[in-house]
Ligand binder design. Structure first.
Ligand code: GLP
Length: 248
């Protein structure tokens, strides 16, 4: 794992955007795996800024999002589809037809999962997958004790995840109980992974990942140890406990 330390959230966002932009410029047909949550928002802002200033084009890029809530329509205020349109897709030149997010309203959710895997396969796999991490180590929506062999699947969200995401909704009862997420195996099949971690709140998760180095299904992010090409960009706050432990 390659670890890049950022000063703060702003610095992390700039570094992450530069990393992605470099890949897009190198391969204009990039299959780019994207994530939602607060962490990548700044990265997307920087990508938009770069698009406006330097014309980096996404015309031939295809994006594959990690996950979507079950039961929220594409245009629901809280769907990840709306999130991606608002925070990135509406502001760059990517054709919307090349942006893929699981359909949380599909009648047959299991078929939707299988189709999503087929789609990824038909695109030749994900070249670069952007990831965030949950407080409990979840990646995508793969909660603790998810098998590392999973492909795109339906998950019941942990109450800690629902609580953490409550801030985007009116109240906790509106937070969906289920989601569709790329599985851990699907994520690990990406050619390259970029994990972003910011803030003190994530320091324990980072410590668990970087200090314990214990690959176990109770902590989904530890699955990344099996991947040959993972870069983590973390800010000082997120790395605070990791450094404390290393120095003692
Ligand atoms: C959500 C998403 C994840 C994301 C994580 C962390 O539940 N499904 O993909 O990485 O939570 O979110 P945040 O960046 O807001 O802390």
């Amino acid at each position: 794992m390659n670890i890049i330390e950022a000063k703060d959230y702003q610095d992390l966002s700039i570094k992450a955007a530069q990393y992605i932009i470099k890949n897009v410029r190198h391969n204009p047909n990039l299959v780019l795996g994207l994530a939602t949550g607060s962490t990548p928002k700044g990265t997307y802002e920087q990508m938009i800024k770069d698009f406006q200033q330097n014309n980096t084009s996404y015309q031939y890029v295809k994006t594959i999002n990690l996950d979507e809530y079950v039961g929220l329509a594409k245009d629901d205020l809280n769907s990840y589809s709306t999130f991606m349109n608002e925070h990135l897709f509406n502001h760059i030149d990517i054709p919307h037809s090349q942006t893929y997010i699981p359909n949380g309203m599909a009648k047959d959710l299991h078929n939707e999962c299988a189709q999503y895997d087929r789609l990824i396969h038909s695109l030749g796999g994900v070249d670069l997958q952007l990831l965030g991490i949950g407080h409990n180590g979840h990646i995508g929506f793969n909660e603790p004790n998810t098998s590392f062999k999973t492909r795109t699947h339906i998950v019941k969200l942990a109450s800690s995840t629902r609580n953490a995401n409550e801030r985007f909704f009116q109240d906790i009862n509106e937070v969906p109980n289920y989601a569709i997420t790329m599985g851990i195996q699907t994520i690990l099949e990406s050619k390259e992974i970029l994990l972003l971690v910011s803030g003190k709140g994530k320091a324990k998760a980072v410590q668990k990942l970087l200090v314990e180095k214990n690959r176990c299904e109770q902590f989904p992010a530890s699955s990344l140890y099996a991947h040959p090409h993972v870069t983590i960009i973390a800010d000082k706050a997120a790395l605070s406990l990791t450094f404390e432990r290393k120095e003692s």
